[in-house]
Ligand binder design. Structure first.
Ligand code: ADE
Length: 991
């Protein structure tokens, strides 16, 4: 008989067989088919049970799992000699099943193992015997023929064979690293693995040959290499699926599909790129993962600043950068000369090629450029074009901002050809001739030069009275560019064309003979000139008194202004009008007299100590009308007042600088005649200044006026207050630069201003700032800010350096202190320095080391410069020329202005400025004149100083303070307060 389970059948062999096929019931009453044998009492048992023929299939190693019960001999009485507790497993390989009639021959079978039970019948506590099922697995083989038989030999045990499972192991088909591996049979030799190459799944490509190793136990081992999803697909549960619309995958890899970048879209499945929306582009170098972008809008707030050597253009980046960071700027220049007579059409052409742009005209990454070597009296139109990587890809118009600049200088070039007389390794001797019809009043020449290779803003210059010069201190074998301009009484002329000369190569054996020779010649010449000049003065019989007076004034001037100050050789120095015995002489010498009939007064624009200030026009016959401001002296003046009033003109008239207010002239002599007074002819005339009417009864009817250039935007402090927050930092720095240019000039002239403050700076329509108010350098009657000091002087305390307040030591260094305060006023849009602190508190707190904190939004670099200007020791403050070159560096490198002073605490309490202590929010607001906001703070729950110390500008806005100026004042004060609280907390006090 036979029993089959699955594919395997067991046969009861007719011969040798004492096994029985018995079906029992399990606990659930299901039948269990078993083969049993139990001849434990009879000796020499040899009972066989054999399987049918089992096909080997792909197996290399075959396993047999046996489940059986086996009774232990101790549990059966009287069987000690005959009972066994094992049975044997045998096998026989054949390529075909044996014919049915084949006789069973045990010797044909090979033994696999003797099988013993792990668990036999086990006695329980209750004394019952419970059947325990054993499971044993044995490996059979190696099996190499097509099939085999299994045989079980009983030698006298009590066995129930419940199941026989024959199997072999295989590594199942699998997908690893996006590669598919087939079902694999392990190697026969258990110590070697089967190497299997995988195949990439659909829409995947091979990265590194995918491999797995199939181990003897049917486990996949050592995954190597693999595949990744092709472009347009993403990995999902081991497979590659196409990207959905709106997503893309530009690279093969196991990444998820990405959402289309901004301004692009994909409409199909499996997109490898998202196409740009209309009006947006990708530059060639842009990766497909980048957003699509568009050309920028035009640069904003383009302004020009001009001085007599350079023209600066500054602008703000476009409001719309097009979504890119690679913005650069190109400067396109046109020169438009007047209108073409009859047609009235302005003729424009590209600018002359020798116009130099620093650092360059195209591809600028910063937002400013300096232009030099421009022509005088010319109209230039500059177009600043913003471009980015996608400019020019579409049909969009160019992004341009325009500004037109008219250059003014004293007049056409007077120097024609500049010749090189000789050159050595460190020097070049030059001489030049004047153009024909040059005016006789040439004061001196300025020679400007720079190394040709290092085209940069910083150049050198030297002055000479003769039409020749030896330029020394040059580098050997170097090409230098020279150009020369003359200075006449009316100011600078234009530069000559550029001339290039080079120094000779370095040769240690050759002495710089030429230089020695010429220097000797020059000194001999200089000496002769001095002798001739002295003789000339004596012979021309200029009165001795005058010479004495001038010499006395020279001396006085020297002691007063020049101690320790060496002005550039050849630069005119300032002459103090007080050193003239008759101050009227000073006015005559330095100010042009204007016929009042040339003046057309239009309106009153302000009031000064001496009288009203009007705006109007100056119409000198044969010249263009110019806008002017006219300072008038009130009728009924005393002689002393007249002198004081005109003092300003005699100072201003000595200056010639684009950042110093220009004196056009004075009216001092004319008798006033209604009939020929042209302000009646002035078409705009609407207002009749009272003081002009009052000229008649007094002072012999002489109107007294000072006529200066008109500055459209008036005083800087009020101008900034009305334009709060409207300028870029660069524009503000441009204003400060202008003031620094003016102050550098004044300090080099040996002039100390004493009342430098934003209220004394005037601003023109192009935001050019000019220093004004010179009359007050001696007495500060006119300045409402000036207060009497202990020593009796009247001083604008908040703007004045401590040594000047304490003992009247005014100098260019004290002007530098005031300049720092002006910087602060500029950066805070006209805030009052030290807010509402009393003058006495200001003096005390300065003495204790307190300095104004940085205004809101102030770059660190600028606040550092302010602090530098406010050094206690005047000798440690920078000179104006250093201030100027520092600002130039900031302008050329605007990124230096990006770091703002935020909430940076000082490192040590010594660095900590002091600040008055307030007990309550109310006190604090009172002190900064912001009492009206007490309720805002209280309503928002700010009740302690500690609580406000962390407030930001947004918090200030949130509690309902809307005026920018007020926000600014409050946040600046909080910053100071915060420093103080920090200091107090550090020193262990509770607030
Ligand atoms: N206020 C005083 N002087 C002025 C000037 N020159 N231009 C405009 N306003 C002024």
């Amino acid at each position: 008989s036979r029993f089959c389970y699955s594919h395997i059948c067991l046969y009861l062999l007719p011969i040798f067989s004492q096994w029985d096929a018995i079906t029992e019931m399990d606990e659930q009453n299901r039948p269990i088919h078993t083969f049993q044998v139990c001849h434990v009492m009879e000796p020499n048992q040899n009972n066989w049970l054999r399987s049918g023929w089992i096909q080997r299939q792909a197996a290399q190693r075959v396993y047999v799992e046996l489940r059986f019960t086996l009774r232990d001999c101790n549990s059966i009485p009287w069987v000690s000699g005959t009972c066994k507790e094992t049975f044997n497993l045998f096998y026989l390989q054949t390529d075909d099943p044996l014919p049915a009639a084949t006789r069973f021959r045990p010797t044909d079978y090979a033994k696999v193992d003797t099988i013993a039970a792990d668990e036999s019948f086990t006695q329980t506590d209750l004394g019952d015997r419970v059947l325990r099922l054993n499971t044993e697995v044995r490996e059979v083989g190696p099996v190499t023929l097509k099939g085999f038989y299994l045989a079980f030999q009983d030698v006298g045990a009590c066995i129930a064979l419940v199941s026989v499972k024959v199997f072999y192991k295989r590594c199942p088909a699998t997908i690893r690293n996006l590669a598919a591996f087939p079902d694999t049979v392990p190697h026969m030799d258990s110590s070697s693995l089967v190497e299997v190459r995988g195949v990439c799944v659909e829409n995947a490509e091979e990265r590194d040959t995918p491999k797995l190793y199939c181990g003897a136990d049917g486990d996949w081992l050592v995954p190597l290499g693999g595949c990744f999803c092709s472009i347009g697909h993403e990995e999902m549960d081991g497979y590659c699926r196409a990207c959905r619309p709106g997503f893309f995958s530009a690279y093969a890899g196991n990444k998820k599909c990405s959402k289309c970048p901004p301004h692009s879209s994909s409409h199909d499945q499996a997109a490898t790129i998202c196409h740009c929306d209309k009006g947006f582009y990708r530059a060639i170098k842009d990766s497909s993962t980048m957003a699509c972008t568009r050309p920028p809008s035009a640069p904003r707030n383009l302004v020009s600043l001009i001085n007599d050597t350079a023209l600066f253009l500054q602008w703000m980046p476009p409001a719309d950068t097009g979504g890119r960071k690679d913005i650069t700027y190109n400067i396109l220049c046109q020169r438009c000369d007047g209108s073409d007579g009859d047609s009235g059409v302005t003729q424009c052409e590209p600018c002359e090629p020798d116009l130099r742009f620093i650092p360059r005209p195209l591809g600028l990454t910063g937002t400013s450029v300096a232009i030099i070597d421009f022509a005088t009296h010319a109209n230039y139109t500059f177009h600043v074009e913003a471009v980015n990587g996608v400019s020019g890809l579409g049909v969009a118009a160019r992004s341009l901002a325009n500004v037109t600049v008219t250059t003014h200088q004293a007049g056409p070039a007077l120097v024609g050809v500049v010749r090189k007389d000789w050159a050595s390794q460190n020097s070049i001797a030059l001489s030049w001739s004047q153009v024909e019809q040059a005016p006789p009043d040439i004061v001196d020449y300025e020679v400007k030069y720079y190394e040709k290779e290092q085209e940069q803003l910083s150049y050198s210059s030297t002055r000479t009275k003769a039409p020749s010069v030896v330029v020394t201190g040059l580098r050997p074998s170097t090409v230098y560019v020279f150009h020369v301009r003359a200075r006449t009484a009316a100011g600078y002329t234009a530069y000559s064309p550029n001339f290039e000369f080079f120094t000779t190569p370095e040769d240690p054996d050759i002495a710089d003979q030429g230089q020695v020779l010429v220097v000797v010649t020059a000194s001999v010449g200089g000496f002769s000139l001095l002798v001739i000049l002295t003789l000339f003065l004596l012979i021309t019989g200029r009165c001795q008194g005058y010479i004495k007076a001038r010499m006395k004034s020279e001396e006085k001037r020297r002691t007063r202004f020049h101690s320790g100050h060496v002005p550039f050789s050849g630069i005119k120095t300032y002459v103090d009008p007080d050193t003239y015995e008759d101050p009227t002489q000073a006015v005559e010498e330095f100010a042009k007299e204007i016929d009042p009939s040339y003046i057309c007064i239009e309106r009153v624009i302000g009031a000064g100590e001496f009288g009203e200030v009007c705006s109007g026009r100056l119409r000198i016959p044969g010249r263009m009308d110019i806008a002017v401001a006219i300072k008038t002296l009130k009728g009924g003046y005393m002689d002393q007042q007249r002198r004081e009033f005109l003092r300003e003109a005699s100072i201003m008239g000595q200056f010639n600088n684009p950042n110093i207010i220009r004196l056009d002239g004075v009216v001092t002599k004319s008798k006033f005649h209604m009939s020929n007074c042209s302000f009646f002819e002035c078409s705009h005339f609407s207002l009749f200044p009272s003081q002009i009417m009052s000229f008649y009864p007094f002072s012999s009817g002489r109107p007294i006026m000072i006529v200066v250039e008109y500055m459209e935007n008036g005083a800087l402090d009020s101008f900034l207050r009305t334009r709060d927050g409207q300028f870029t930092v660069l524009q503000l720095v441009g204003m400060m630069r202008g003031i620094a240019v003016g102050m550098t000039y004044l300090s080099e002239m040996g002039y100390v201003h004493r009342d430098l403050a934003a209220r004394n700076i005037l601003v023109d329509e192009n935001l050019v700032c000019k220093v004004s108010d010179f009359g007050m350098s001696r007495i500060l009657e006119d300045d409402s800010e000036a207060a009497y000091t202990a020593t009796g002087g009247k001083i604008p305390i908040r703007w004045t350096a401590p040594e000047a307040i304490a003992y009247g030591k005014f100098s260019s260094a004290s002007d530098v202190w005031s300049y720092g305060i002006v910087m602060w006023e500029v950066m805070s849009y006209g805030e009052r320095p030290y807010w509402e602190m009393s003058n006495q508190d200001v003096i005390l707190s300065i003495e204790e080391g307190y300095r104004l904190p940085a205004p809101m939004g102030c770059p660190v670099t600028l606040h550092q410069l302010m602090l530098h200007c406010w050094q206690k020791e005047s000798g440690q403050r920078p000179h104006f020329n250093s201030v100027l070159s520092f600002l130039d560096k900031l302008i050329i490198n605007p990124s230096s202005l990006l770091t703002l002073v935020n909430d940076v605490f000082p490192d040590s309490p010594e660095d900590m400025p002091d600040y008055p202590l307030f007990i309550s929010i109310g006190d604090w607001l009172d002190s900064i004149k912001m009492s009206q906001y007490k309720n805002n703070f209280l309503a928002a729950g700010y009740t302690t100083l500690d609580s406000i110390s962390t407030m930001s500008i947004d918090d200030i806005r949130r509690i309902g303070i809307c005026l920018i100026g007020h926000q600014r004042r409050i946040i600046s004060s909080i910053q100071s307060l915060r420093l103080q609280l920090h200091h107090i907390q550090q020193s262990g006090f509770q607030v």
